[in-house]
Design a protein. Structure first.
Length: 196
């Protein structure tokens, strides 16, 4: 049986600190550190936006510093390679240069419904949205849109599995574990990239 070693690293993004967690050579989570903080509307003309993009570009040149729960074992090169790859994909996403993530997800360990919802969210096209109701219908549970909403909220891989693209049936932004201002920012960011 293979031993599981957990690690993580933090990176700065235009939406605050993002923590990526891993288990051996897989990614077990991507989460914003402070979901209650508010972020301004997406505005490329702001000086703060431009400076955050410049800082983001510099991160492509820097390898993430991995933190380990236990420092008494040798760090595997493949774990570092996975961390670098994921960090660079996230940076490129925020720069508007990447639309589809290639991430080695640690196995989906939720309930059957949660796993189905997370898999379905992967099919939401970049720059598009869907509703909780449409996801419920797509996974053959048409009356389960409330449990679907809870499953969306439990998504461990924010941004890479695009729960921010799930909105209310009426088109309103509802529910996002990292805060509605982040959800609004991400949707505006993707709309700008698709429109350009």
């Amino acid at each position: 049986m293979t031993e599981i070693y957990c690690w993580d690293f933090a990176m700065d993004t235009p939406l605050g600190i993002l923590t990526v967690t891993g288990a051996n050579s897989y990614i077990s989570g991507i989460k914003h550190d402070n979901p209650d903080s508010e972020f301004a509307n997406y505005n490329e003309s702001r000086a703060s936006f431009k400076s955050s993009m410049k800082a983001l570009k510099k991160q492509l040149l820097v390898d993430p510093k991995l933190n380990f729960g236990d420092s008494d074992f040798p760090i595997q090169e493949e774990w570092i390679a996975v961390a670098i790859c994921v960090k660079n994909q996230l940076v490129k996403y925020f720069l508007g240069e990447l639309q589809d993530f290639q991430i080695p997800f640690y196995h989906f360990s939720g309930s059957d419904l949660e796993n189905d919802v997370w898999s379905e969210m992967l099919s939401i096209p970049y720059g598009d949205t869907t509703s909780y109701k449409r996801i419920a219908e797509a996974i053959s549970r048409p009356k389960s849109f409330r449990p679907v909403g809870r499953a969306v909220g439990k998504n461990p891989w924010s941004i890479a599995i695009p729960c921010h693209r799930v909105i209310g049936t009426n088109g309103k932004l509802v529910g996002y574990a990292s805060g509605l201002s982040r959800k609004s920012w991400l949707l505006a960011h993707e709309a700008r990239v698709v429109g350009s």
